[in-house]
Write a protein that binds this ligand. Sequence first.
Ligand code: COA
Ligand code: ZN
Length: 309
Amino acid sequence: MLPEKRVIIREVSLRDGLQSEKEFVQTNIKLEVIRALAQAGVEYFETTSFVSPKAIPQLRDAADLMAHVERGNLKHEVLIPNLKGAQRALEAKADRLIVVVSASEAHNKANVRRSIADSLEELQGIFELAKTNNVPVAGVISVAFGCPFEGRVPRENVLNIAQHFIEKGADRISLADTTGLANPSQVEDMVSCFKNRFPDTLLCLHFHNNRGVAMANLYAGYLAGVRMFDTALGGIGGCPNVPQAAGNLATEDVVFMFQEMGIQTGIDLVKLIKAAKRLEKVLKHTLPGQVMKSGPSDPQLARQLCGIT
Ligand code: COA
Ligand code: ZN
């Protein structure tokens, strides 16, 4: 159990973020980003995915990246779409497997070319393999708050997929608002139903900012008792199967908010801002993060880091 005023920030820029970049980012740059984030205090990473390199060419260096990452207290979690991905991830010594199923048929088809039922069936082998290797598995439910193709997603569908994951052995579930359709009341309702039905399972929330409501959704999740959130440095990210996809909440924006509220993240904001600025240089386009532009609340630091006067 975490103390009341502490949250875990899970960094997804290396996977969710970089998979949406047009250009392949070199492995040594990815290693540099991980190093900078680790030095800022980030411990939880979604480091890459072991998917088809044809589907996501930006992450085709997954095995090489995992062979060179700094380990220590860092947790390198990786996304996998199928059994082959699980085998590759385990060979690469991933600390956790992340399996994804979408809450709508249309999005699941677009993402992994399978029906939800087929995806759920394939889980069995993945969980068995992970168990044999003593590696934990977390389940992610994409488009859990609304689907860009089908619209409304019934809450029961989301909770039923969560149940499948948990029955198979997932000890953590992430609910992802993949295309920024959630609102704070819906988040509050979803979290409270989830906690009632699965009181022993850790819940993580993942919000994209397509409609500007992501931070309000995250805070609604916090008030409802969630203590783990996915964010991405600089707010990078998107979804390869969704037009006009927007980024994740920026790690430095979320750390700023919690820090100002006296809620611990264990992450150094100044180091994060520097890492976000460096990432912007490397990616050669403006990133959506706000705090990397405006700086921390301390006027002197804001001036130093961002030239704000
Ligand atoms: N790792 C590496 N290669 C894989 C793979 C994996 N986990 N799974 C499948 N492949 C390869 C197969 O070997 C095959 O290669 P070949 O064409 O050289 O023979 C090819 O991919 C197609 O395999 P198949 O089993 O027919 O898969 P598919 O074409 O139905 O594609 C997925 C399904 C799931 C593999 C693919 O859509 C995928 O990787 N999606 C990932 C989506 C994603 O990451 N989305 C963002 C995160 S939410
Ligand atoms: Zn995402």
